[in-house]
Ligand binder design. Structure first.
Ligand code: SF4
Length: 266
């Protein structure tokens, strides 16, 4: 059987050209709908293993429910009421902290892994009330100590809420596409399960499915100038959704076609 050709990071890949082309086509805004920091926190927790589109459908019902103080049990609402300056966001955090967990599970069911997500969201809400004065923390260490917040999620929150770039968000699209673009070295990202594709009758390595997001992030942080850390993943995620999909990349429609070492035959 023909062995797949291992990819090597192409240090001469023109990253600036990649960023320029992507920025002409894609808007670098996050695809999750939110109106305050707690809504974003809930949305990013729900987005694990779920599409942003589905999360937005679920939160259309969830966020107004959380904002309605009638949905907090009366005795608990009296406790929360002692807090001054009750905003829509405070009400949402309080509802989340005190509501029946089964109700929360039902509301977020369609995003998958609903039991774990409901537990993490509720425990985070409780911590915001008891420890963080109803404010999403603004440091990586504090954020990753919250239930359901991993480094990827924390990066999103820091950049969206506080315009802080402490890292580069590596989700499933970034993980796959930076490998296809040969921006990271396969020897340094810890993957073992290799996807391949055929082009001109030759089998080529496509990407390592189980590569480590943390290792990929470290390599990207060495490569991508810090001023692009926030926007770069947004561009790549949008490319991954509409063109460079996992199973069938539409290379003929891709703005990176000429620059991509993994392009398929047109
Ligand atoms: S040319 Fe194809 S493989 Fe390369 S980034 Fe574009 S869609 Fe993905």
């Amino acid at each position: 059987m023909q062995q797949p050709i291992l990819v090597h990071a192409l240090m001469d890949t023109n990253l600036q050209q990649i960023i320029d082309r992507l920025s002409k086509k894609y808007d670098p805004t996050i695809a999750l709908d939110y109106t305050n920091p707690w809504e974003l926190t809930v949305a990013v927790i729900l987005s694990a293993q779920c599409t942003d589109k589905r999360v937005n459908i679920v939160t259309q019902t969830l966020f107004p429910f959380l904002a309605d103080s009638k949905n907090v049990p009366t005795k608990d609402w009296n406790t929360v009421n002692k807090i001054h300056n009750i905003t829509r966001e405070t009400t949402q955090i309080a509802t989340t902290a005190y509501m029946e967990i089964g109700t929360l599970e039902k509301l977020i069911y369609a995003t998958g892994f609903y039991k774990a997500k409901a537990h993490n969201i509720q425990e985070t809400a409780k911590l915001l009330l008891s420890k963080y004065n109803r404010t999403i923390p603004n440091t990586m260490n504090e954020l990753v100590s919250l239930p359901g917040i991993a480094r990827k999620t924390a990066n999103v929150l820091l950049s969206e809420l506080y315009d802080k770039s402490e890292g580069i968000t590596v989700d499933t699209h970034v993980k796959r596409i930076v490998q296809r673009l040969h921006l990271v070295s396969p020897k340094k990202i810890g993957g073992t399960i290799q996807a391949t594709f055929k082009t001109n009758g030759i089998t080529q390595s496509d990407y390592f499915k189980n590569a480590s997001p943390e290792k990929i992030e470290r390599q990207l942080m060495n490569l991508v100038p810090k001023k692009y850390w926030k926007n770069f993943p947004h561009f790549i995620v949008k490319l991954g959704r509409d063109t460079c999909t996992a199973k069938k990349p539409n290379c003929s429609a891709c703005v990176l076609y000429e620059l991509c070492p993994s392009k398929r035959d047109i």
